[in-house]
Design a protein around this ligand. Structure first.
Ligand code: ZN
Ligand code: ZN
Length: 293
């Protein structure tokens, strides 16, 4: 199989990137054989809205590309209602990544964007991602519970189209060489009970969400052990066997790497995936009245 679409790409407007103009990225993606490309810069809380608005401005000024269909989306983090209220009340200085400490463990989850802003920004699709625990005590069991709770929230949320990189992790339990070898699930992905995967699968299918196969943050993440990646590929195959809609995102931040696209294509092909296993964006977000049809 050959990967020809990519719905998860960050530009210089992403708070964690600050490089890569949309035109540069589109040219590089087209040269890598991509025919459908979606930009999806981060939004954690409304604090990041000006970045997304700049991304939109640049998107609107793009020239047309003969071999490339472009889309405009964003990657929304699952956050807490508590931090949204704190930020709205002006209690924090520069909350680029929201407020990552001090909130109520197990409190109410939220997205930092509503239907009105989605219309204003012309967002054609929303990727929902879990990027952190929500103030629970730091144990592998709590990490699994927190992530699962957030995945179910995203899977049931009416504004979310795609669930980003299931079980991506960053932060605690990183070794001094920046690699992850142990907790929360890198020594053994089977620490996550299969019943949780089944519950997630039921939720995404019932709500017709797409689940992302993420290239740079998961399949090719140099910080994750190969043994974990093999188990993760089994997990993705399990999702496919269960007829979950899958989609593909490079998650490149401000660059485009054709070799990575090629490597990921080979890995997926080796695991038995075919191009038709993947849902494409043409079918997503048609009800959002943003000119997709
Ligand atoms: Zn992400
Ligand atoms: Zn991303």
């Amino acid at each position: 199989m050959k990967i020809s679409f990519d719905f998860h790409l960050h530009s210089r407007h992403s708070c964690d990137t600050r490089k890569g103009s949309l035109e540069e990225l589109a040219n590089l993606a087209a040269a890598s054989g991509i025919t459908q490309l979606g930009f999806s810069d981060h939004l954690h809380t409304p604090y990041n809205l000006p970045d997304l608005a700049s991304s939109r401005q640049e998107y609107l000024s793009l020239p047309s590309f003969s071999s490339l269909k472009l889309y405009f989306g964003c990657e929304l983090s699952c956050v807490s209602q508590w931090e949204l209220a704190e930020i709205a009340a002006g209690k924090v200085k520069d909350p680029v990544y929201g407020i990552r400490e001090g909130g109520p463990p197990g409190g109410q989850m939220a997205l930092g964007l509503g239907e009105e802003e989605i219309k204003q920004l012309g967002l054609q699709y929303i990727i929902g991602g879990v990027h952190w625990m929500l103030y629970e005590p730091l144990t592998p069991e709590q990490a699994i519970r927190s992530y699962h709770r957030q995945y179910l929230f995203l899977a049931c949320h009416p504004l979310v189209d795609i669930i980003a990189h299931p079980w991506w992790w960053q932060g605690a339990w990183m070794d001094s060489d920046h690699c992850y070898r142990s907790y929360p699930w890198f020594d053994n992905f089977r620490r996550i009970p299969i019943s949780l995967h089944q519950e997630f699968i039921m939720a995404v299918k019932e709500n017709r969400k797409k689940v992302e196969v993420n290239i740079s943050a998961m399949l090719l993440n140099p910080r994750y052990p190969e043994s974990f990646k093999r188990q993760y590929l089994e997990y993705l195959s399990f999702l496919r066997q269960q007829a979950v809609f899958l989609t593909i995102g490079s998650d490149f931040h401000g660059f485009y790497n054709p070799l990575a696209i090629e490597r990921a294509s080979k890995i997926l092909e080796g695991a038995g995936f075919k191009g038709e296993d993947f849902w494409q964006l043409e079918f997503v977000g048609l009800d959002k009245n943003n000119g997709l049809s």
